[in-house]
Design a binder for this molecule. Structure first.
Ligand code: SF4
Ligand code: SF4
Length: 324
């Protein structure tokens, strides 16, 4: 019997640890004793998977967590991924970046630092730990090192009041910010639809990035299980620190499949379609808006990439001239 070749996977969320040094009020990762008991991703296993991800067509890997910088072997992992030619994204809260910045220099293509307030007290309330000064220090160091960075502002109904201040802060510091709506996972509330229009008002501001198709998708109510837009298993996958595929996705994990060095074989077997056939179709997938799993089509992505790139240069150019 011939096996149907799966689509090329484009994006991988690689969870290199679930440990975290923050205690964000909206997050359960640091509270979940099962997740916290897992060891960090091992270099030997990651290397094998990276080769397989390459064969599967993956172009972009987001190394994430927990706090990925807590994995001591992260520089080795990123350096191997870089050698294989992946576009490397690194998502961090920035708390220990000042200590590790030299080891990580020139490895990620882009680092995302989370920023949802520019008020120290509010930072502590949201993140559960002191750290705002460290975050600012991290941003400064990364910029000095010539590292491409992007701040990541996850908008909630509570912190949307900060949008103007945050955008001003980014313009003043000439730092790009990606604004995206909070999605519902772990019992937290997703952004109220009426706040989407507030976000959109900032679209033309210099240094601001956002995905209009994504905002529209959120506004329209997200995924429909009868006609799913979810790309899990089609263009996106998750790999956990204990070297498993989390099925269908990290946020709603119903099954784990141990990889054991066989990622490419699993991908090429009939098991793959079986594992992911329900992605986007489960009851819990109704209205899902978890943005990393709703990639646009390849041509839309290209169009949006060029549109956003050109627009970004244009917006930043105008801003620079205005400030002279
Ligand atoms: S930094 Fe990320 S993983 Fe850590 S507690 Fe906050 S949201 Fe969760
Ligand atoms: S629709 Fe959402 S919850 Fe369902 S598989 Fe996709 S990302 Fe996961």
């Amino acid at each position: 019997m011939s096996i149907q070749q799966p689509n090329k996977i484009f994006f991988c969320n690689y969870w290199v640890t679930y440990r975290c040094n923050s205690k964000c009020e909206f997050c359960k990762i640091w509270r979940d004793t099962n997740l916290q008991s897992l060891s960090d991703a091992k270099v030997s296993e990651v290397k094998i998977n990276l080769h397989d991800l390459k064969k599967m067509g993956v172009k972009i890997i987001d190394f994430t967590g927990g706090e990925p910088l807590l994995n001591r072997d992260l520089p080795q992992i990123l350096s191997y991924a870089k050698k294989l030619g992946f576009f490397i994204k690194l998502s961090t809260n920035g708390l220990i970046y000042p200590e590790r910045s030299q080891e990580l220099k020139d490895l990620p293509n882009r680092i995302y630092f989370s920023l949802d307030t520019i008020n120290q007290n509010e930072y502590k309330k949201i993140r559960g730990v002191e750290g705002f000064d460290k975050l600012l220090e991290s941003i400064g160091i990364a910029k000095k090192l010539g590292q491409e960075i992007c701040l990541l502002y996850t908008v909630t109904d509570e912190n949307i009041k900060n949008i103007e201040n945050i955008v001003n802060f980014c313009q003043k510091n000439k730092t790009t910010i990606y604004i995206h709506p909070c999605f519902s996972y772990f019992d937290n509330k997703e952004l109220n639809k009426k706040n989407i229009s507030i976000i959109k008002k900032f679209f033309w501001k210099p240094y601001v990035r956002m995905s209009l198709p994504q905002l529209e998708f959120h506004y329209r109510g997200g995924n429909e299980p009868q006609n799913p837009s979810c790309r899990v298993g089609i263009s996106t996958i998750d790999i956990s620190p204990d070297n498993c595929l989390t099925i269908p996705c990290f946020h709603k994990n119903v099954k784990k499949v141990k990889i054991n060095g066989d990622l490419y074989s699993i991908y090429n077997s009939s098991e793959w379609n079986e594992l992911f056939k329900m992605a986007g179709r489960y009851d819990f997938c109704k209205n899902c808006t978890i943005d990393c799993y709703f990639g646009l089509s390849y041509s839309d992505r290209l169009l949006q990439y060029f549109f956003k790139q050109n627009l970004s240069y244009f917006k930043n150019f105008i801003e620079e001239r205005r400030r002279k």
